[in-house]
Design a protein around this ligand. Structure first.
Ligand SMILES: [Zn+2]
Length: 311
């Protein structure tokens, strides 16, 4: 993979399979179940030393946000191949569970039928398909920022976890929830680093720390290309949301470090971010990820290196 264009699902899956074969002791192909149309929700577990605390990375929950799977695959490549000492230290201090495209039916649909499709592809009424998989989790499900109209872009589904994708991914997360120190979710666009929670009047339990870490991450991100990110929670700087994956994970497993990236740009190209921006976007995001881990360590959330073991 060379990140000079956007890749189809089958190419991303084949690439992950090839990594599993190329790095047999480190990279293991894993599955978080199947989509409504039966596609594998394929991921990689990357582990240089077993028994470490864990990081969960989720991309592509909204189908049209193509820069998200591109960024997550870039991160996988960096974890396996980067020779940068600060990046290597982060990579080797955790077990990584990484899923580049958690809404595979939607992603395939954006490549074959309609570039701007957002939701899953479950039929929910005679004419309207799909629920918003980032309004379908069992955290304040069906409240603010969610529609009950099956045709809406933000239709939350008939009930929490009605979608095969969110249900099976939630089971995967539950199985490792107590091991997680960090959860990152990648979306576009807006150039914002979002902190939980998206629901009105509710800030994450360690909001002040996450804000401080987020500000350092945004500063690091801006160094290479001057790209400006805002930091804050959705209800305060974007819009109120409910039923999102990252809020569900943060709340249920009290994961200390949780961010949702809204990647490039701020609307000039929107979801149709030109492919020549993939690499600059990924480079600056990697700088911010290093800052997130290093600042979190400074604030005492974990200790990287050989002591970061899980009990
Ligand atoms: Zn999104």
């Amino acid at each position: 993979m060379s990140w000079d264009s956007y890749y189809r699902l089958e190419d991303i899956h084949a690439w992950m399979d090839s990594l599993g074969a190329a790095y047999p002791k480190v990279a293991t192909v894993i599955s978080a179940g199947r989509s409504y149309e039966g596609r594998d929700i394929k991921g990689l577990k990357i582990s240089f030393t077993s028994g470490r605390r864990s990081v969960f990375i989720e991309g592509g929950i909204h189908a049209r946000e193509w820069i998200s799977p591109a960024t997550v695959t870039y991160l996988i490549n960096e974890l396996l191949t980067s020779s940068d000492p600060s990046f290597r230290r982060i990579a080797e201090s955790f077990d990584w569970y990484i899923f580049p495209s958690v809404n595979p039916d939607g992603y395939v649909f954006t490549h074959t039928w309609y570039r701007l499709w957002r939701k899953t592809r479950t039929p929910h009424s005679t004419f309207c398909y799909g629920a918003d998989p980032n309004r379908n989790w069992d955290f304040h499900w069906g409240e603010e920022g969610t529609s009950t109209n099956t045709c809406s872009e933000t239709y939350g589904g008939p009930e929490a976890f009605s979608e095969s994708e969110t249900y099976s991914l939630s089971k995967m997360i539950e199985s490792i929830g107590s091991e997680l120190d960090v959860y990152l979710s990648f979306h576009s666009y807006s150039q914002i680093l979002l902190i939980s929670y998206g629901t009105t009047g509710q800030r994450s339990e360690n909001f002040d720390d996450e804000y401080e870490i987020g500000k350092k991450a945004a500063e690091a991100l801006s160094q290479k290309y001057g790209t400006e990110y805002q930091v804050g929670n959705s209800q305060e700087i974007l819009y109120a949301t409910s039923g999102s994956s990252s809020d569900w994970a943060k709340y249920n497993f009290q994961i200390p470090i949780v961010y949702t990236y809204e990647l490039r740009d701020t609307g000039e190209n929107g979801f149709l971010l030109p492919a020549e921006q993939i690499i600059p976007n990924c480079e600056e995001v990697m700088d911010s990820i290093v800052a997130i881990f290093e600042e979190s360590e400074k604030l005492g959330y974990f200790k990287m290196g050989s002591n970061n073991t899980s009990q």
